[in-house]
Design a protein. Structure first.
Length: 147
């Protein structure tokens, strides 16, 4: 694999680009000049989040726009502490997210909770003490975690 290959942009199909942009801005994502009325691009620390209409995204991919529900995928934000998880989770709820699981200690030794964004996309917010994370919040699973 090309060392630079990786997920650099994640596009979510949404029902309202403006509404979703406001939600993600409330969580710290930054709207960019690349955004247009038909598509939003928000800069995160390690990835760009694209927001595109559900129907147009399905059309672009030549797939059927299916009803919402559990799609067997969860996006994740990993943070440096349990306190940071709690704060981010509460910030998401205040911005319009729906609680799915309050943050709690979990079986694998970390701490996590789940919320759904206004379009139902499932997000995990977690602290994993076994994963190395740099000062910019980037996970580095090839390095040892600082305990």
């Amino acid at each position: 694999m090309d060392a630079k290959a990786g997920i650099s942009l994640l596009t979510l199909g949404v029902d309202g680009i403006s509404r979703s942009t406001a939600f993600y801005e409330a969580l710290g994502w930054v709207d960019t000049p690349a955004s247009q009325p038909s598509v939003g691009f928000l800069q995160g620390h390690n990835i760009v989040l694209g927001l595109f209409g559900r129907g147009p995204l399905a059309d672009d991919a030549h797939v059927e726009d299916m009803p919402t529900g559990f799609a067997a995928i969860a996006l994740a934000v990993n943070l440096s502490s349990r306190e940071a998880v709690d704060a981010y989770y509460e910030r998401a709820l205040a911005a319009g997210a729906t609680s799915k699981k309050k943050p709690e200690a979990v079986f694998w030794g970390g701490y996590s909770g789940y919320f759904a964004d206004p379009d139902g996309h499932l997000w995990e917010v977690a602290h994993n003490p076994f994963f190395a994370m740099d000062d910019n919040g980037k996970l580095d699973l090839l390095s040892e975690a600082k305990q």
